[in-house]
Design a protein around this ligand. Structure first.
Ligand code: PLP
Length: 406
């Protein structure tokens, strides 16, 4: 039943998955931390280094023009993937973390003491700490949306957090711990009813479900290349043009300027205003190759395949004595956090590794959420397009085996 889905891609596209670890076939279930890269991505980047490499945007020579074309075509690929209106709205960054820091830093310039930013209890540290820095620097205040026992945002409480001082809502689309898919369109509508802009942390949604920024109508959206089968060190900030026009620049340097003199400097047009210095133009080629790869398979198909795997894994894991699934929201992505009995997640993760199963253990960069749940950490299995039913079976039998050892 599940394997029919697997014909949609060629597992041989991911050579890393053919390895054995400790003599066992590798079962890679740490996709929420980073995904493996298909040959198409690695080869596009290698090819660029072999044949095109030259700095972009300023060169009159042939290679520089080719490199610039590739880089700007990649921006167009991202625009189309996200459904953005214009490539002026696509800023390349190092990843989700830098994208959120960019907004915190630039929008922060416009905030006053006592202004408020709404976050949620299930945010990743990268959507908490940049705002806490602003708390220190600008005297802003953070308001936090509480979650239910199932791991859903409490919408009534959310509505009550708005005050005349609310300046931004910044929330995750999909929780990297609980797997919850938040009703972001509703959250955005509610924020807009209060004239408040919204930033969506899409690190865990862009790789797994269709995301369209115009349908969402968010002001900002951030994601990382390495979590969507692309290279590390490249990511995206989408921003509505009017907002990007309004905010001051981020870093200063080459590329982001119009004209520089010691009397004063003018800034480049969008999107370059936010991209100081030589960009990772090989990284953008890799990211575009990754987005083309998932588009060819189809985000709907990927979402359906991962939903089936997740459902199956939940059913099978629940048969294990002492199993506790952390996060029971009905709308969920392909992330499963769990604990078994009193076994420390680190101990179980270490033993699963000896059986070839790669899962993540710990607080998953969400310590405030752990505090709410009253636990130190979890084991987390997270699926990607290349995972199979057999791998879920391998996970389940390994968890059974390990839990019998305690
Ligand atoms: C991974 C992750 C981030 C941070 O992404 P980086 O690639 O480390 O910048 C932020 N939010 C969520 C929900 C994540 O899963």
């Amino acid at each position: 039943m599940f394997n029919a889905q697997c014909s949609m891609y060629n597992r041989a596209d991911f050579p890393i998955l053919t390895q054995t670890v400790y003599g066992k076939p590798l079962v890679y279930l740490d996709n929420a931390a980073t995904t493996q890269k298909p040959r198409q991505v690695i080869e596009a980047m290698t090819e660029e280094y072999y044949t095109v490499n030259a700095n972009v945007h300023r060169g009159v020579h042939r290679l520089s023009q080719l490199a610039t074309d590739l880089h700007e075509q990649s921006r167009e690929t991202v625009r189309q993937f996200l459904g953005a209106r214009s490539t002026r709205e696509i800023i390349f960054t190092r990843g989700t973390t830098e994208s959120i820091n960019l907004v915190a830093s630039c929008y922060g310039e416009l905030l006053q003491e006592g202004d408020e930013v709404i976050l949620s209890e299930m945010e990743h540290h990268s959507n908490i700490v940049p705002w806490q820095l602003l708390e220190k620097r600008r005297g802003i205040r953070l308001r936090v949306i509480p979650i239910t026992d199932e791991g859903q945002l409490q919408l009534d409480a959310y509505e009550q957090l708005f005050t005349p001082r609310t300046r931004l809502v910044s929330v995750t689309h999909v929780s990297n711990v609980l797997g919850t898919v938040n009703p972001v369109r509703r959250l955005i509508d509610i924020a807009h009813a209060h004239d408040v802009p919204v930033l969506i942390d899409a690190a865990q949604s862009v790789p797994h479900i269709p995301v369209d920024v115009q349908a969402l109508d968010c002001e900002f959206l951030a994601f990382s290349g390495h979590k969507v089968y692309g290279p590390t060190g490249i990511g995206v900030l989408y921003g509505k043009e009017a907002w990007l026009d309004r905010l001051p620049p981020y870093q200063g340097g080459g590329e982001m300027i119009g004209h520089v003199s010691f009397e004063g400097t003018t800034f480049n047009e969008l999107p370059f205003k936010y991209e100081a210095g030589t960009p990772d133009f090989v990284g953008t080629t890799g990211l575009a190759a990754a987005l083309r790869y998932v588009q060819q398979i189809g985000m709907e198909q990927i979402a359906a395949h991962e939903a089936q795997l997740t459902q199956y894994a939940l059913e099978q894991l629940r048969t294990i004595p002492g199993m506790r699934i952390i996060g029971e929201a009905p709308e969920r992505g392909s992330v499963i956090s769990f604990l078994v009995g009193n076994i420390h997640p680190f101990d179980m993760g270490t033993l699963l590794d000896r059986l070839g199963i790669a899962v993540r253990t710990g607080h998953h960069c969400a310590q405030p959420l752990m505090q709410h749940l009253g636990i130190e950490g979890t084991l987390r299995a997270s699926f990607a397009l290349y995972n199979t039913t057999e791998e879920v079976d391998a996970l389940v039998s390994a968890v059974k085996r390990v839990s019998q050892m305690f």
